[in-house]
Design a protein around this ligand. Structure first.
Ligand code: ADP
Length: 159
């Protein structure tokens, strides 16, 4: 069974991230979305809120799981039995960044293979920070996040 960890901040998870998961499922049997709990980086949403929101999206998919992790991505992969890291690339900036992390991870965790999936063009301008900006100015996030996530957000988080 091929298991990949898709690590990130996901503050919040967007349709761009969802696009990467859907493509990843063509390669892997199971994807574990890992929300990195970085204590130095205070997000808009708590990691628990992010987890609940993402869980709504995949409530009917038993090949996608959502977890929070505090340690290094490679150690998290080992713990959950994943031999692959899945990351998304939108443009050349992402490429440079992802290439660097992949090389460091390769040195630290030689058995774990980083795989890159390219974003479809319609998602390549989208980021979590764009969604946070839309929230800040009280605009509708529905076109930028998965529908089930938006439903949960408007029913349970935005008051
Ligand atoms: P991080 O803080 O680790 O970069 P993010 O939540 O911003 O976490 O992103 C997680 C992964 O998803 C990264 O590999 C990032 O490049 C990718 N990603 C983010 N937005 C998109 C998008 N719109 N299309 C494709 N990949 C994306």
């Amino acid at each position: 069974m091929k298991i990949a960890v898709f690590p990130g901040s996901f503050d919040p998870f967007t349709i761009g991230h969802h696009n990467i998961v859907k493509k990843g499922l063509k390669i892997f049997d199971k994807i574990i979305i890992g929300i990195g709990n970085n204590s130095n980086k205070h997000g808009l949403f708590s990691v628990e809120e992010r987890k609940k929101m993402i869980e709504q999206v995949y409530q009917f998919d038993n090949n996608v799981e959502v977890n929070i992790f505090e340690d290094m991505t490679g150690d998290f992969c080992k713990r959950v039995g994943a031999n692959f890291i899945l990351r998304g690339v939108r443009n050349s900036n992402d490429f440079e960044y992802e290439n660097n992390i992949a090389q460091i991870n390769k040195q630290l965790f030689p058995k774990i293979l980083t795989t890159i999936v390219f974003s479809d063009p319609e998602y390549s301008a989208l980021s979590s920070s764009v969604v946070r900006e839309i929230i800040k100015y009280n605009k509708d996030i529905r076109n930028f996040v998965p529908t089930l996530l938006a439903d949960y957000y408007y029913d349970n988080i935005k008051k």
